[in-house]
Design a protein around this ligand. Structure first.
Ligand code: FAD
Length: 452
């Protein structure tokens, strides 16, 4: 059997590319290792209540995602979160995320920054007026923010926000990888605050920078799969690709229990998974292994607690490292999404906790960390636990550490002559918006549907 195009991995990247290739008139076979498509977009259930267990929203800082859903006739499913945005908890206290980009404010006159104190704000003004360093592209997030705004901004604002999204500390992340737009604007504006203002425009509260799909992002995956299959694509689940070789006629031979031949090949997995199946392409495989990734442990609990009915911390909290808690972020899910709140019984609440060190806690430690978080973050002592689901995501978030973009450039230079296409969050950056933008920039067929 020889096919026009085989795509490996039916996460968001693979599904999107599958739709695009089908629209370009290609015959497409999508191979997925697990029994359910969606990759990091999955669902779990507690007491009959279904919720997203991985990605739960998309960024709408720029309009592409929402526009794309509208073009697919799915615009009516877009839901906005409760406008109360998450708060940041640090040693200084509880404070809101200022309007801006990843905690970098659009104005140092924002009254929400007063908690930092006058000396820290005066220092930020002084630092952000200084000439830019020559090594801007080499800086970590911590180095960049310390340099332009001072360490108080890194510890109490940008650090917690960036760790919440990328799972790593600001000193471990390359600024131009995870704050690419901001670094670019900084180079032209000369001020990081002005750069944030340019990017953020007049978008109001930080909470409004995301949106989701009514009923959960996992329902979007169902719609995309339906569209892909109805358009003539084939999705094969439970199919683990172990090895890829190139034949003398230029075709690819794909070992996946059976042997499949393809004229075109797209790998839409994590870098680690791609490295394993590409061992025959030694240099590329080694370069892919150099991409770092993180594990993520999420625990979602259903509790009964009238004290939570007032949504005491809005939609959730990002916890600064200096507090020393095991939890690094929490989402009060039904405070964030009304469609979910409508499904819960009186005084019931669904709360998600994301852990700093996914491997270090046993069951008892985990339970006490959750109760401690309810107490210290939500101000609720011993809520009645009704159910709990733990999800461990292995090899999930890309860790864009120092030199990440150089490593990606090298991978691109190695893969291009081979005629293999690589898709996935390590190529486009963590997050669904980045993946969509990458696909829109490089698409073959029209991603706009006839109406799913
Ligand atoms: C806990 C968590 C929460 C997140 N929340 C958000 C959020 O709210 N908003 C947001 O924008 N982003 C979020 N992200 C990031 C976002 O989920 C990812 O960037 C995105 O889903 C990655 O999609 P992908 O298709 O590139 O990779 P994946 O989703 O990892 O998909 C890769 C697929 O390849 C398959 N595969 C791997 N190896 C093989 C093989 N050998 N053979 C066949 N198939 C294989 C895998 O089973 C998987 O289905 C979150 C990430 C995590 C971990």
């Amino acid at each position: 059997m020889s096919i026009d195009k085989v795509i490996i991995g039916a996460g968001f990247s693979g599904l999107l590319h599958g739709l695009s290739a089908i629209r370009a008139g290609q015959q497409v076979l999508l191979l997925e290792r697990s029994q359910s498509p969606g990759g990091l977009i999955q669902s779990e259930e507690i007491d009959g209540i279904k919720f997203d267990s991985g990605a739960e929203a998309f960024s709408n800082v720029t309009p592409e995602f929402e526009n794309w859903l509208s073009d697919l006739s799915l615009g009516s499913f877009v839901v906005k979160p409760n406008t109360k945005s998450p708060v940041i908890l640090s040693k200084i206290g509880v404070h809101a995320i200022p309007q801006g980009v990843f905690g970098v404010p659009v104005s140092l006159d924002d009254s929400g920054l007063e908690f930092l104190g006058a000396p820290a704000l005066a220092l930020a003004r002084k630092l952000d007026a200084k000439p830019l360093p020559e090594n801007l592209d080499e800086l970590s997030v911590r180095e960049l923010i310390d340099l332009r705004l001072g360490p108080a901004f890194t510890d109490s604002l940008v650090g917690p926000v960036i760790s919440g999204v990328h799972g790593s500390l600001p000193e471990h992340l390359e600024a131009r990888s995870v704050l690419g737009g901001l670094v670019k604007e900084l180079k032209s504006k000369g001020s990081i605050v002005e750069a944030a203002k340019t990017l953020r425009g007049d978008k109001p509260a930080p909470g409004s920078a995301v949106a989701s799909f009514e009923g959960g992002m996992h329902l979007l995956v169902e719609k995309l799969v339906d569209e892909f299959v109805q358009s003539g694509g084939t999705l094969r689940l439970g199919t683990d690709v172990s090895r890829i070789t190139r034949l003398s006629d230029g075709q690819f031979e794909i070992e996946a229990g059976e042997t499949i031949r393809a004229r075109n090949l797209v790998i839409a997995t994590t870098a680690n998974a791609a490295a394993r199946m590409l061992v025959e392409f030694h240099e590329l495989s080694v370069a892919l292994q150099e991409i770092e990734s993180l594990e993520t442990l999420l625990v979602t609990v259903l509790v009964e607690s009238p004290e939570l009915n007032s949504f005491p911390i809005g939609t959730g909290a990002l916890v600064a490292e200096d507090l020393g808690l095991a939890v690094k972020a929490t989402t009060h899910i039904n405070a964030k999404w009304e469609w979910l709140n409508d499904k819960l019984k009186k005084d019931q609440h669904l709360v998600r906790f994301s852990f700093r060190n996914s491997r270090k806690l046993d069951g008892i430690e985990q339970k006490s960390a959750i109760l401690e978080s309810f107490d210290l973050i939500y101000g609720v002592k011993s809520p009645k636990l009704l159910g709990q689901v733990e999800v461990f995501w292995e090899d999930s978030l890309v860790k864009a550490s120092a030199g990440h973009l150089r490593r990606i450039e090298r991978i691109k230079s190695l893969v291009e002559p081979l005629g293999i296409e690589l898709r996935g969050a390590y190529m486009s950056g963590n997050g669904l918006l980045g993946i969509l933008k990458h696909e829109l920039e490089t698409r073959e067929g029209d991603l706009i549907g006839t109406g799913i």
